[in-house]
Design a protein around this ligand. Structure first.
Ligand code: FES
Length: 507
């Protein structure tokens, strides 16, 4: 990490490396092609393999290394403040199904951990949503009541293990946390032992939804499969225009060891202060220290000063946990659905064999596990009580959803038009490690100067739907504010929905 680049990398990636899986280079057949090797894709692939289906996982980069490799890795059915909203928007039954589906996924995963003997630092903890502002206490009381009514072991409390007073908190007992890569790499080994196939560095470019379906990859090799699951975080195929109902959100993480006796002993989140989330994990051999993981400062990708955000989050961590030695920093990305419920099920109205899992709104661990169970039930023809709750086809502009839907579209339109009117800074003034979008030849170039002073130029036009990217200096990446695609400084896709790199340009 250079002085200017504030991101050291994910602790989960550093402490659970994996060998490479070869790319797909020849045409193959499978019962199911799963596109995307994050938690939703891998859980789906594993469940299907266990159900006797032949499965091929196609991952554009490395498995469990994208959003899943950068998560906070809390596994809980308490999703900040959702149950009071759900019982108003989806009724008491909707809230109950949401709680049951998430809890069932957690308990099922606990069984898988035990059954396969996976060493993944699995720990049971209470989950808390807390506020420090007394004016929000009634909101917390309502959430505790709604979560309890939905079937969770929830209560309103005023005492927590945090090293500062709270005005109130919702506590849900019996939740869990783990090391996401240790779990998923073990699951993948079992998947392969059961006959599943995993291909990395395999970018999918096309989906022909026939009978059978055909998946085309960048190498020219294809997968012919009866069913296809799109589990690429933000869907790369989107006939149903789900992108109009998803809002990308980037969030920062800082972590480092603290003395074990300073462990706050739970998994915490507050919607205040632009979100703060706290958990710990096992650290070191002798048990005297725990890894403190703090998340917060969420923002739309490609907007604003990420370095300052890291500084604010680090300052918060040091203020409240003065003993912490911050050693790691990274960032993660989520997609918020306009009606708060993830989209898991058939890809569009006419889909017969194509499925999607997306919109986990920051709760992708339990959500991804739940998606694996739900999609497997749908593909194998079993009934699942909560299919309707998560059905992506529900997403017609409903009156209740309209304000959030319109706000999402207004934001995209603002970026699409407004970003083209931004002033163009002089390239000569660009310091090493910085990037800027500049006007050139009637278009816009995304120009980055590396530490050696060499300029790298690519088109600033995002290859998804044409918005202009902006530079994230802390992570040295180009980011698109419209739907969250991310590219490295040479234009290579780091994160979709874009599948094609930014075009190379001369400067
Ligand atoms: Fe959609 Fe860039 S991610 S336009």
């Amino acid at each position: 990490m250079t002085e200017k680049q504030q991101v050291s990398g994910s602790y989960w990636l550093e402490t659970a490396p994996d060998g490479r899986h070869a790319p797909l280079t020849e045409d193959i057949e499978a019962d199911v092609a799963v596109i995307g090797g994050g938690i939703a894709g891998l859980c789906t692939a594993w469940e299907l393999t266990r159900a006797g289906r032949s499965v091929a996982v196609l991952e554009a980069g490395r498995i469990a290394a994208g959003v899943t490799g950068h998560t906070t890795a809390k596994i809980t059915a308490l999703h900040t403040l959702i149950y009071d909203k759900l019982r108003r928007t989806r009724g008491s039954e909707g809230a109950r199904l949401y709680a049951r589906s998430q809890s069932e996924a957690i308990e099922h995963t606990a069984e898988v951990v035990a059954e396969l003997g996976i060493d993944c630092d699995w720990e049971r903890r209470s989950a808390y949503t807390f506020v420090r502002d007394t004016s929000r206490v009634d909101e917390l009381r309502a959430e505790a009541e709604a979560a309890r009514e939905a079937g969770l072991p929830a209560s309103f409390v005023t005492e927590t293990g945090l090293p500062f007073p709270v005005a109130g908190a919702v506590e849900v007992t019996g939740q869990a946390q783990f090391h996401p890569r240790k779990y998923l790499l073990a699951l993948t080994r079992d998947l392969i032992a059961r006959g599943g196939r995993v291909f990395e560095d395999t970018t999918v470019l096309g989906l022909d939804e026939g009978e059978p379906c055909r998946v085309a990859t960048a190498t020219g090799a294809t997968v012919t499969a009866r069913d296809v699951v799109v589990a690429t975080h933000y869907p790369i195929f989107d006939r149903a225009l789900l992108f109009t109902r998803l809002s990308p959100r980037r969030e920062l993480v800082v972590a480092g060891p603290i003395p074990a006796d300073r462990d706050p002993g739970g998994m915490y989140i507050t919607p205040d202060e632009n979100t703060r989330s706290v958990r710990t994990a096992p650290y070191g051999e002798d048990g005297t220290r725990r890894l403190l993981v703090i998340t917060g400062e969420h923002f739309t990708p490609g907007t604003g000063d990420t370095r300052s955000r890291f500084e604010r989050l680090s300052a918060w961590a040091r203020e409240h946990f003065p003993e912490v030695d911050l050693t790691h920093s990274w960032a993660t990305q989520d997609n918020d659905p306009t009606d708060t419920v993830p989209l898991v099920g058939p890809l569009h109205q006419g889909a017969r064999h194509a499925y999607v899992a997306t919109g986990f709104a920051g709760w992708g661990m339990s959500g991804g596990m739940m998606a694996g169970r739900l999609l497997t039930a749908q593909i194998t023809g079993e009934e699942c009580e909560w299919s309707g709750l998560y059905d992506p086809r529900r997403l017609r502009p409903a009156v209740r959803e309209a304000p959030s839907f319109l706000a999402t579209q207004a934001k995209v339109a603002k970026h699409f038009v407004g970003d083209r009117l931004r002033p163009s800074p002089p390239v000569e003034a660009l310091p090493p490690g910085e990037g800027a979008v500049v006007r050139a030849g009637g278009g816009r170039l995304a120009v980055y100067r590396d530490d050696d002073g060499t300029l790298h130029a690519v088109s600033a036009r995002c290859t998804h739907l044409g918005c202009l990217v902006d530079f994230n200096a802390a992570e040295r990446a180009w980011e698109c504010p419209c739907h969250g695609s991310r590219f490295d400084t040479d234009g290579k896709v780091i994160q979709g929905p874009a599948t094609r790199p930014l075009e190379q340009r001369d400067i």
